[in-house]
Design a protein around this ligand. Structure first.
Ligand code: BTN
Length: 252
């Protein structure tokens, strides 16, 4: 089967009906993980987004997918990892659903100017040593109409964007295959090989943006990302790069 092709890469691919969070579940047993593992859930009771936000995870309505991936890199070498993962998801969505998915720095997926999914990378490891990344992917497939009340930003889903139901299994397989290419490439070559493709999907390119950097507010014009996945911010002709802060670290 299609799924069989991923067997070379993943030591396990498990689907559960419900879990608090697929990321949390893999992080909880990360110490015992020494090969790539994948976990899908039909529902999450405590799904989480970036910056401590909740990720609304109704039953059967989305893809809730996490992969745990040991990397022979120090944590400092991970900048751009979540962007490379986002690119893998965007390419799979386009191939499976015939869309042109945009990326919003650092790792949101957009279709029709509305958010369709996001990536949350969490890392286990010491600063110097090799680490293990958990890459969590939330991708809206067919959310209930009344989720307008729950989600605080413009959103869409694959059903609305394609006008037909999307097979979540095909999509998951496509994403897993794509991650199985991009994550080793990132491990060996960093973000540089992904930079151009990422910039072609950048929905913020040449747009005025305001970034909250801790206490500081930085205004400028977004000029894409550099070969570390940092956002290039043009402030009246002076270019500055802003690192993603795209991984949240846990002690090993
Ligand atoms: C974001 O845009 O804020 C990132 C959302 C990431 C959601 C996914 S769903 C699967 C995995 N498990 C979680 O608890 N979160 C990620």
């Amino acid at each position: 089967s299609e799924l069989g092709e991923t067997a070379d890469t993943f030591a396990s691919l498990l689907t559960v009906i419900a879990t608090p969070s697929t990321n949390e579940e893999l992080l909880g047993r990360i110490a015992a993980i020494d090969a790539p593992h994948a976990l899908l859930a039909e529902h999450q009771s405590a799904g989480r987004g970036r910056r401590g936000r909740d990720w609304h995870s109704p039953m059967g309505a989305s893809l809730y997918l996490s992969v745990a991936w040991p990397l022979d890199l120090p944590v400092a070498g991970l900048s751009g990892l979540s962007l490379a993962a986002g690119l893998a998801v965007a390419e799979s969505v386009d191939a499976t659903c015939g869309l042109r998915t945009g990326l919003k720095w650092p790792n949101d997926l957009y279709v029709d100017n509305k958010k369709i999914g996001g990536i949350l990378v969490e890392v286990s490891g010491s600063p110097e040593g090799p680490c293990k990344a958990v890459v969590g992917i939330g991708l809206n497939c067919r959310l209930p109409d009344d989720d307008n009340d729950t989600i605080s930003q413009p959103w869409t889903d694959l059903y609305r964007a394609c006008g037909r139901p999307v097979d979540r299994n095909s999509l998951a397989v496509s994403i897993l295959k794509s991650l199985a290419v991009n994550l080793p490439r990132f491990e060996h070559q960093g973000f540089a090989p992904f930079m151009e493709s990422w910039n072609q999907r950048d929905i913020l390119k040449d747009q005025p943006v305001t970034l909250m950097l801790g206490a500081e507010t930085a205004n400028g014009v977004a000029r894409g990302v550099n070969d570390f996945g940092a956002l290039l911010l043009d402030q009246n002709g002076t270019q500055r790069s802003v690192a993603g802060g795209d991984v949240s670290l846990r002690p090993a």
